[in-house]
Design a protein around this ligand. Structure first.
Ligand code: SAH
Length: 227
């Protein structure tokens, strides 16, 4: 996998060194308890360094979050793996992501065969991620510049919804845009967030589970334009 970076007219490649660093990262994720082979395989195939600036190739394969501009971060690989595993994905499911950021989580979902719709409130991040996902040839991802509090009503219902920013409560629009039998994975809390999974068991009934504490950037309202 490689792509052509338009900003600096350079070919960005994935070499044996990157693949080696990625294999070690996947081993760490296994040791930390990630079991879903489809998640591990997607993360092993997808070059995470494509989603960070070239200067940070080494950091791309540490199990840490990393700044991507606009005070936002690409989530820690363990967190991406945890949330994706908990989504219980199958190929062809229709998935909405709130918080495109770098586009990495959306690309992991796409590599697993999901039909991905991803929403970002910062125009600059939306533009950059959309270009990158397109350059990578991931045709099953569509990017939107929107306030994720409202979901994406024109494409609802979704089989799965994943939020990658910490919300103070579960936005009602997201619950309502779940298909019956669908699931929403979202971190909820102020300083620290509990990971919640909300399952829509009927038109009117929802079942909620929770598992683990995480620290996300905040789930905000409205959108912000470039410049
Ligand atoms: N999934 C991303 C993680 C980015 S951090 C990745 O893989 O890189 C979370 C992102 O959520 C940030 O880019 C932030 O701007 C975005 N965000 C926060 N509140 C939002 C909202 N209401 N609607 C859409 N995006 C939101």
């Amino acid at each position: 996998m490689s792509f052509f970076a338009e900003q600096n007219s350079a070919q960005v490649t994935d070499n044996y060194r990157h693949k080696g660093m990625r294999r070690r990262l996947i081993e760490q994720l296994r040791r930390k308890g990630i079991r879903d082979e489809a998640v591990l395989s997607a993360m092993e195939r997808l070059p995470r360094h494509f989603f960070l600036d070239k200067a940070f190739e080494e950091q791309a394969y540490e199990d840490n979050p990393f700044p991507i501009g606009n005070e936002q971060t690409i989530s820690q690989p363990y967190t991406v793996a945890f949330q994706t595993e908990w989504l219980e994905l199958r190929p062809r499911l229709k998935v909405l992501e709130i918080g495109t950021g770098s586009g990495y989580q959306a690309a992991v979902l796409a590599m697993m065969g999901a039909r991905v719709y991803t929403v970002e409130r910062y125009e600059a991040l939306y533009v950059k991620a959309q270009e990158l996902l397109h350059a990578l040839g991931l045709k099953n991802v569509r990017c939107y510049f929107r306030d994720g509090n409202k979901g994406l009503p024109e494409h609802a219902p979704f089989d799965r919804i994943i939020a990658t920013a910490g919300a103070v409560e579960v936005p009602e629009a997201l619950r309502q845009q779940l298909a019956v039998g669908g699931m929403l994975v979202i971190p909820v809390g102020r300083e620290v967030q509990r990971m919640l999974r909300v399952r829509r068991v009927s038109e009117t009934e929802f079942v909620q589970e929770e598992q683990g504490d995480f620290k996300f950037v905040p789930f905000l309202g409205g959108t912000e334009r470039r410049g």
